[in-house]
Design a protein around this ligand. Sequence first.
Ligand code: ZN
Length: 113
Amino acid sequence: MHELSIVMNILDTVAENAEKHNAKVVHLIELDIGKLAGIEFDAFNFATENAPKTGIFKNVKFSVNKIEPIAQCLDCKKKFETKEYTTPCPACNSTKTKIIKGNELKIKSFKID
Ligand SMILES: [Zn+2]
């Protein structure tokens, strides 16, 4: 499952950083996930609940912030909310747009002891 391997990658990344801070336990991992990041949120939640969690992650919880996608028109520079990659600009109807927010998947913070 795609989402499970993402969760395992996140745990690896947090483990590396937690070790640098001599963490004994990780309580919470807070994530920013864009709605265009290609993540199925239900599957992702299932993966966070069912990923094997040992050692510092024994009681870890996940908090996911869903980020609403924002696109910007490359012709008129207008920024607008979108639900997909290919929405034309609402101001000038240009199809030359890019997603500037909402396709990310990043670890925002984590709480350790
Ligand atoms: Zn435009």
